[in-house]
Design a protein around this ligand. Structure first.
Ligand code: DAH
Length: 341
């Protein structure tokens, strides 16, 4: 055994290292799992018990020797490289660009929507995500046991009095009307919550943009023109809109808002299921009862409101087919989106 130890020691001493390839060869021959130094430790089991201690120490010394040679040669090779004897280093080159964070696609689209409405005189308002029954339902003309409440499956936080995660940004309408005098032109972007099963098409968290305009003599024509303006600004000059009769407790009349399919220009494709139209939100004339709930006289003022889903619009803009991608924070997905300046 002792002869074996001496032999390895001598080999370590003789091994010449002048390149990184040789350094690696050295490591493999002596230090790697199947190398000669670990093999010495394996041989230790055949040594007589009374000699184990001494022989073990001797092998350890060989190990330290091999490791030291490896470390020293490695440092030496590294230094030589930096001095120019190895790889060329050009210290005047600009450094590689660092990774810069970007905005989430939902934020990008939200800000684009806000800008379009800001240019036609809308301001931005926000309300709480945890909302009381009054602002989320009652003031918006949802009667206590009316099935309309079931349109929006709610996450309740407390019962009697009801406190819940807001199911739509229409609650911000009420808060603005309670606190401001007409004329009101406001846009309320924000996060909303519904107790829905998560799938490629639906999520329990998503984002909406709510719009509200209250003034003297506001008519359905104003609503239609405003939505048309938005559709053209966002999806392109040739975009058309369509309003289909619908029902919401807080608007009368109510409509569902479609835009001509941005992919096939209304000809019919897979995205619009051959119809040429895609739905992006709801809208209508604010119900006089809603105005009265917020102390606005419906005989003097009228108004329109609309609500659009930001995920839906983002999915149309970027041809994304699964809403869950927005919430998974996979950088490979997120890196694809850039703000348009
Ligand atoms: N709050 C509705 C929803 O979440 C969307 C909506 C429809 C908002 C019509 C409105 C409106 O302001 O007038 O489905």
């Amino acid at each position: 055994m002792n002869a074996e130890i001496e032999k390895v020691k001598a080999e370590i001493g003789k091994f010449s290292i002048s390149s990184s390839e040789e350094l690696e060869k050295f490591r493999l021959e002596f230090l790697s799992k199947k190398g000669k130094v670990p093999a010495l430790f394996v041989g230790l089991k055949d040594v007589l018990p009374e000699e184990k201690r001494k022989v073990g120490q001797a092998i350890n010394e060989v190990k330290v020797l091999a490791q030291k040679k490896f470390d020293d040669q490695k440092a030496l090779l590294g230094n030589n490289k930096a001095q120019g004897s190895g790889e060329m280093v050009d210290p005047t080159l600009p450094s590689k660009p660092g990774q810069v964070g970007g905005s989430h696609p939902i934020s990008i689209v939200r800000d684009q929507m806000v800008k379009i409405f800001e240019r036609i005189g809308f301001n931005v308002s926000h309300g709480p995500e945890i909302e009381d029954d009054w602002h989320n339902f009652t003031a918006l003309n949802f009667p206590p046991d009316h099935p309309a409440r079931e349109m929006q499956d709610t996450f309740f936080i407390e019962k009697d009095p009801d406190i819940a995660l807001r199911t739509h940004t229409s609650s911000v309408q009420v808060r603005v009307m309670e606190n401001e005098k007409p004329p009101i032109r406001t846009l309320s972007p924000g996060r909303v919550f519904r107790n829905e099963a998560i799938s490629a098409r639906a999520h329990c968290i998503f984002h909406q943009v709510e719009g509200l305009y209250i003034n003297r003599g506001v008519s359905f024509v104003d609503l239609k023109q405003t939505l048309y303006h938005f559709a053209k600004e966002f999806f392109g000059e040739n975009t058309k809109i369509r309003l289909r009769p619908s029902f919401f407790p807080f608007t009368e009349p109510s409509a569902e808002l479609d835009v001509s399919c941005p992919f096939c220009n209304g000809k019919g494709c897979k995205i619009c299921k051959g119809t040429g139209w895609v739905e992006i939100g709801g809208a209508g004339m604010v119900d006089p009862r809603v105005l009265r709930s917020s102390n606005i006289d419906p005989d003097e003022y009228s108004g329109f409101a609309f609500g659009m889903g930001i995920e839906r619009i983002t999915m149309l803009k970027y041809q994304i087919n699964d809403i869950r991608l927005f919430f998974e924070n996979d950088v490979r997905f997120l890196q694809q989106f850039q703000r348009e300046i």
